[in-house]
Design a protein. Structure first.
Length: 82
């Protein structure tokens, strides 16, 4: 194997050829599975972040409404007290 091209390894008959082909196929399959898992993981995290942002928006909206209601209540109490 001194100075041989990688393609020459696959062209000449050898007992290692099935092993090499299996190894390459396995490595390629593992890469595809890892990539798919990563994409699913990223999509799941994105959905979680979107849900959390919706919760934050809802809490902010309800907090503003509560603050406005309290402000009006205090104003009404001040008007009645005068």
């Amino acid at each position: 194997m001194d100075g041989e091209n990688i393609i020459d390894i696959f062209l000449e008959p050898s007992a290692m050829k099935p092993f090499l082909l299996g190894f390459c196929a396995g490595a390629l399959a593992a890469w595809f599975l890892a990539r798919a898992y990563y994409q699913i993981h990223v999509q799941y995290r994105k959905q979680q972040m979107d849900r959390l942002q919706q919760d934050v928006d809802r809490i902010e909206k309800s907090s503003k409404l509560i603050a406005e209601m309290l402000y009006r209540f205090v104003e009404d109490q001040d008007k009645r007290g005068k």
